[in-house]
Design a binder for this molecule. Structure first.
Ligand SMILES: [Zn+2]
Length: 136
């Protein structure tokens, strides 16, 4: 077999693989489901660490918010959080989990965030600078 033939074969193999991968993605319930796993994994990790228990967690289109916490302890996250750098996603998760302890953005609230993420100001800055451009 010539080198060109081998290259062709490899290329065909590769494109078949990619096609199959795409089809599986399309077949899932929500196109962002594989990515939102990143969010739920973070929540699981930090809720244990912070000793809080969210009532219900939803990953939805939150319009102009990254996350929200309701009075009865339900947390909502925008699915776009999964597109943010990992550090920023961590901050958004920790921020909402901290609301389960302190409803308002009071000093005790920020102390709670600071305890878990001492560099959280950097993530706030990143969100200010890049938040609007977070899109597919
Ligand atoms: Zn908040």
């Amino acid at each position: 077999m010539s080198i060109i033939e081998i290259k062709k074969k490899l290329l065909t193999k590769h494109s078949t693989f990619r096609l199959r991968e795409k089809r599986e993605e399309r077949g899932s319930v929500h196109p962002f489901l594989p990515r939102t796993k990143k969010i739920t994994e973070k929540i699981e990790k930090y809720q244990e660490w912070m000793g809080v228990n969210p009532h219900k967690i939803r990953i939805i289109d939150l319009k102009n918010r990254w996350g929200s916490c309701s009075d009865n302890g339900n947390l909502n996250f925008h699915w776009k959080c999964a597109m943010a750098p990992l550090d920023v996603l961590t901050y958004i998760v920790v921020h909402e989990l901290a609301h389960l302890k302190h409803k308002r953005h009071s000093q005790p609230f920020w102390n709670e965030v600071d305890k878990v993420l001492p560099n959280y100001q950097n993530q706030i800055e990143w969100l200010k600078q890049n938040g609007a451009s977070l899109d597919i």
